[in-house]
Design a protein around this ligand. Structure first.
Ligand SMILES: CC(C)(COP(=O)(O)OP(=O)(O)OC[C@H]1O[C@@H](n2cnc3c(N)ncnc32)[C@H](O)[C@@H]1OP(=O)(O)O)[C@@H](O)C(=O)NCCC(=O)NCCS
Length: 168
C-alpha cells in the first residue's frame, strides 16, 4: 500500500494516537457489545493522554502512518503484544499486519520464544491470520468488564530456551 510506514512513537504523536485509539476502542465496543460505562472506562484506560504517555515512556510503542498521518499503533510488554489499534477507516489495508510484524521482530530480537496476546473475540480472525493459535479464554480481569472474555493466543517465535511472558 502506498505511503504506509511503521516507526517508533514520538512525543508529538501522543494526541493523534489517543484519538485513533479512542475511535478504535469505540468501534470494537460496538462489536463486542460493551455497555456505555464499560466503553467509557476502556477509553479512559487506553486513550487518555496520561496512559498513552506512560506507554510511550515505558514500552517504545510503534505507530503506522499513511502519507505521514498516524493511523495505528502497537506496543509490547515483556513478550506480549498490547494495544494494537488501527483506525476503523483504514482497516483491511495491511496496516495491522505491518504493526504486528514490527512488534514480532522486536520481540524476536529481545529473545522471546513465544509472542502472546489477549484478544477480544472480534479480533481473533486477524490474529489467526498472523499465525497465532488460541490457548484458552479468561474473564477480562477488570471488574468493570464483567461478563466479557479475552481469548489467549500465542505464536511460537523460536525453538530452544529464551524468554516467555511468564518468565518475569
Ligand atoms: C485487529 C486489527 C488491528 C486488524 O487491523 P487491519 O489493519 O484491519 O488488519 P490487516 O488489514 O493487516 O488484516 C490482515 C488479514 O487479517 C485478517 N483480518 C483482519 N481483520 C479481519 C476481520 N475483521 N475479520 C476477519 N479477518 C480479518 C484478514 O485475513 C486480513 O487480510 P485480508 O484483508 O486480505 O482478508 C483491527 O481490526 C483493529 O484495530 N481492531 C480493533 C482493536 C483490537 O481488537 N486490537 C487488538 C487488541 S490486542
Amino acid at each position: 500500500m502506498g505511503g504506509l510506514a511503521v516507526r517508533q512513537m514520538r512525543e508529538s504523536d501522543l494526541e493523534r494516537a489517543c484519538e485513533v485509539t479512542r475511535r478504535t476502542v469505540e468501534w470494537l465496543g460496538e462489536r463486542e457489545g460493551w455497555r456505555p460505562e464499560q466503553m467509557a472506562h476502556l477509553v479512559a484506560d487506553q486513550a487518555s493522554p496520561e496512559s498513552m504517555g506512560w506507554v510511550l515512556r515505558r514500552h517504545e510503542p510503534f505507530v503506522a502512518t499513511v502519507d505521514g498521518v498516524l493511523v495505528g499503533m502497537a506496543s509490547a510488554q515483556r513478550c506480549e503484544l498490547a494495544r494494537l489499534y488501527v483506525d476503523p477507516s483504514h482497516h483491511r489495508r495491511g496496516i495491522g499486519t505491518a504493526l504486528f510484524g514490527a512488534v514480532e521482530e522486536g520481540l524476536r530480537g529481545a529473545g522471546c520464544v513465544e509472542m502472546a496476546v489477549k484478544s477480544p473475540p472480534t479480533s481473533v480472525p486477524f490474529y489467526q491470520t498472523m499465525g497465532m493459535v488460541e490457548q484458552g479464554r479468561q474473564p477480562w480481569g477488570a471488574d468493570f468488564m464483567s461478563g466479557h472474555q479475552l481469548v489467549l493466543m500465542a505464536k511460537r517465535l523460536a525453538g530452544g530456551g529464551g524468554r516467555r511472558r511468564s518468565d518475569e
